[in-house]
Design a protein around this ligand. Structure first.
Ligand code: ADP
Length: 446
């Protein structure tokens, strides 16, 4: 649909009113001219024939041979202006016009036109009473009344059409905004308009969708926060319970064997380390989330950084029979990096591969530069992450197999910390859903 501005709408309204008035004026003018000429034509009667016929026959025959209407009449008056013969006249024979009266009637009557003709060889006059003006005025009046009716009907119809284009949409907008303000974000404002109100409607509808999404997000994040607190409490509680239990045994049991003593202390130590790791990672994640830490960066050759990092893992890969394949360009590619944090992110991804896949699998690490975009791909041919976790795997405390994960010393915070670190570098990390042979994490930086 072609868009039309409200100003254009008003302009069209004024134009239509202008043309209606112009039509009235022009038509009245034309009618006036047409009728005047008709009337004038009607008045041109054959006076000579009239007089001839009057001479030869009588007034009635003379009148019948002319185009008189039923309202017209003829009087014959003598030199003293006394009526001596009549045709259709309301006056009687013998009525005597005063000089003044006749003069006034001949020249100044508004409704009748009078024509006075002298009849040669006599001292008589023929007085024609023609009645064209009244007819003409009636037609004009009728036309004006008809036009005013048409004008107002057109105005009412047009006002209705215009209101459908402006007033009704405004009412619907107001209703829609009221609904949105009451929290009904699902209701859509609907009307067809081709002017600015259509843009306003679309913006309000979009705003309502955005508010709804924001609220959903806020509710989701509130849910996540509650889940996180629950998970943290659970994860801290388990090692602490173990620590308390085993330390209690050490306090109560005086005659424990050396082996039992050793194993209890070992359990206390392992659980203490686990709780400590959890608290440290939570602390790290919170600092990243809350922007509390100074995130200083330095210009670093990312290829060199990756090469050094991978070398650290080579012996572990070989011990665990992990086939590694590094594809890192030999050129210098410098980026502003916080080296410690960035290495931490890469460590998380490689250590996850080792931790969750054990041994006998492949790990491929690639760095590509395309224009200004740098892509790091870390993929393995391990067990992979089930599809249903793909959307949430970067959220804190999301673990595929919680119990197995805990047993492996996982806190469920690693990928979340990694994502925050990459984001702080202006990049992004995703899990490639099209890769089905294991896990493929793709980091993009620019
Ligand atoms: P954690 O810090 O406990 O290792 P992460 O956030 O790093 O937790 O990982 C979340 C979950 O993703 C883990 O529980 C694990 O199941 C899964 N995961 C991560 N990386 C891999 C991988 N390379 N192969 C298989 N599973 C993985």
């Amino acid at each position: 649909m072609k868009s039309q501005k409200i100003s254009t709408q008003f302009f069209v309204n004024y134009l239509i009113i202008f043309f209606l008035i112009l039509t009235l004026v022009l038509t009245t003018f034309l009618l006036h001219n047409t009728y005047t000429s008709i009337v004038e034509n009607d008045l041109i009667i054959d006076v000579d024939k009239l007089i001839d016929d009057f001479y030869n026959y009588d007034l009635k025959t003379a009148a019948k041979n002319q185009k008189f209407t039923s309202d017209d009449y003829i009087e014959v008056v003598n030199e003293d202006y006394e009526i001596i013969d009549i045709y259709n006249s309301p006056k009687n024979i013998g009525y005597k016009y005063t000089h003044k009266e006749l003069n006034k009637q001949v020249y100044s009557n508004n409704y009748y036109e009078y024509y006075l003709f002298y009849i040669e060889d006599t001292d008589n006059f023929i007085l024609l009473h023609m009645n064209p003006i009244e007819q003409y005025t009636e037609v004009i009046l009728l036309f004006i009344v008809f036009f005013i009716v048409v004008f107002f009907v057109s105005l009412i119809v047009y006002a209705k059409v215009s209101s459908e284009k402006i007033v009704i949409p405004i009412k619907k907008l107001v209703n829609g905004i009221e609904k949105i303000s009451k929290g009904d974000y699902d209701s859509k404002i609907e009307f067809n308009a081709t002017n600015e109100l259509d843009l306003l409607k679309n913006s309000i509808n979009q705003m309502s969708v955005k508010i709804k999404n924001e609220i959903n997000l806020r509710e989701k994040s509130e849910d996540n926060r509650k889940k996180l607190i629950l998970n943290i409490s659970h994860d801290v509680k388990t090692p602490l319970t173990n620590i308390i239990g085993y330390s209690q045994t050490l306090i109560n049991e005086k005659d424990l064997s050396m082996d039992d003593l050793q194993s209890s202390i070992k359990i206390i130590n392992t659980n203490g380390l686990l709780a400590n790791k959890l608290i440290n990672e939570l602390f790290e994640l919170s600092k990243l989330e809350m922007n509390e830490e100074m995130f200083s960066t330095e210009n670093t050759d990312i290829c060199e950084l990756l090469r050094k990092k991978l070398i650290e893992y080579v012996s572990e890969f070989e011990d665990k029979n992990i086939t590694y394949n590094f594809n890192i360009p030999s050129e210098n590619i410098t980026l502003n990096l916080n080296v410690i944090k960035f290495e931490r992110a890469i460590d998380n991804l490689i250590q996850n591969s080792i931790k969750y896949n054990g041994s006998n699998f492949d790990i491929n690490i690639t760095l590509e530069k395309n224009m200004d975009k740098i892509t790091i791909i870390i993929e393995d041919t391990g067990i992979g992450i089930p599809k249903e976790y793909h959307d949430s795997i970067f959220e804190p405390m999301v673990r595929v197999e919680s119990s197995r994960n805990r047993a492996l010393g996982g806190t469920g915070l690693g990928l979340s910390i990694t994502k925050h670190i990459i984001k702080k570098h202006g990049g992004n990390i995703t899990l490639d859903p099209s890769y089905l042979d294991g896990c493929r994490f793709i980091i993009t930086l620019s």
